[in-house]
Design a protein around this ligand. Structure first.
Ligand SMILES: [Zn+2]
Length: 350
């Protein structure tokens, strides 16, 4: 039997979380219709354990709202919680994986903003300790600990640890839905690329340096196959056309249900970071349209930015710009340059 409090939480985890509700001490755990056990661990943090756990049981961290205004994936995760709670008999979801659901920056979600003081997705891997007075610092530390505790009980078999961090983009993109894979120095897995293909992610960006994102943290510190998904444009809660996100939603549900999924007809194209635009001073000029879509290609010899004596001129036959932003502080990255590496990358998957 389930209590009313539990129904309120699992039927609409987003509304429950935004309202600042917390379960009473004796109501933090329970059992779903299909026998999966749930535990409320923290505000916006909910763990599920399937009815049976074996040596190779997969552990999946699914997060959204690390940027508070990226509403569509937050709504998708809230529905996912509801469907797991209902169990497969009621048209819900049969869970075969351990699952940690995380709604990231809950305070920013309440304010309908990206963040209050600092971009939470730049504070992981310990960087929060450098900004201890930031509103986001304690949350970054708490989400690191939540991931560490969750994966501490996870199988160490290859492919058993996953992290899908779902975002939406502000900027238009030549590839509407794309993924970012963190750089850990380890080879990329075929399972992840096939999953991204199933999720209808058309492009993958490979970082070549370490970052401070949540997916980088779980890849590095928890040994997870981790990705950041950029799933299209930001809209307020309730105004999202969730069908536009069906590819990622269905692929995540297949992963959690332990269904092998549909073999993707198309693997994503792959792009590797080869350089960056660096803002040296306030004289920095970005010589592309302010709203240039991500992954827009530029031909060799194109001047993309200048700043005093600094020039960025395209030196390969084709380079594409990603996340251009001239408004960053001097000394920071004002954009990434990528080149296509699809054939090489897909031939090296393990
Ligand atoms: Zn985001």
């Amino acid at each position: 039997m389930t209590s009313n409090a539990e129904h309120g939480m699992l039927d609409d985890f987003l509304a429950y979380t935004l309202a600042g509700r917390r379960p009473a001490a004796h109501e933090t755990q329970g059992t779903c219709a299909n026998g999966a056990r749930w535990s409320w661990l923290d505000e916006g943090v909910l763990q599920f354990e399937p009815a049976s756990v074996g040596k190779g049981t997969r552990s999946v961290l699914a997060s959204a709202g690390v940027h508070g205004d990226e509403t569509a994936p937050i709504e998708l995760l809230s529905r996912l919680v509801r469907d797991i709670a209902r169990g497969s008999a009621q048209g819900g979801l049969a869970l075969t994986c351990r699952l940690l659901v995380i709604l990231g920056n809950v305070d920013a979600m309440r304010d309908a903003c990206r963040y209050r003081d600092d971009d939470l997705n730049r504070l992981f891997s310990g960087r929060h300790a450098q900004v201890p007075h930031s509103h986001e610092a304690p949350r970054a530390a708490a989400l690191e600990q939540a991931a560490i505790r969750f994966f501490a009980d996870a199988s160490s078999e290859a492919g058993a640890r996953w992290h899908i961090d779902m975002h939406t983009a502000i900027r238009a993109s030549a590839f509407e839905q794309f993924a970012l894979l963190p750089h850990t120095g380890k080879p990329f897995s075929r399972a992840m690329f096939e999953w991204l293909g199933e999720a209808r992610i058309s492009a993958v960006l490979l970082h070549t340096t370490k970052g401070n994102t949540y997916s980088h943290f779980t890849a590095e510190a928890c040994g997870a196959e981790a990705c950041t998904l950029e799933l299209g444009k930001v809209r307020p809660f309730g105004q999202n056309d969730l069908t536009r996100f069906a590819g990622a939603d269905e692929a995540l549900r297949h992963l959690l249900a332990g269904e092998s999924g549909v073999a993707p007809t198309t693997m994503p194209r792959v792009f590797t970071v080869i350089d960056q635009l660096t803002k040296q001073s306030d004289a920095f000029e970005l010589l592309v349209a302010a709203d240039v879509p991500n992954f827009t290609p530029f031909a060799k010899d194109t001047l993309l930015a200048r700043d005093g004596d600094y020039r960025y001129i395209v030196s390969r036959d084709e380079e594409r710009i990603v996340f251009p932003n001239a408004t960053v502080k001097p000394g920071l990255r004002a954009g990434l340059l990528v080149v296509e590496t699809t054939r090489h990358t897909l031939s090296q998957l393990v």
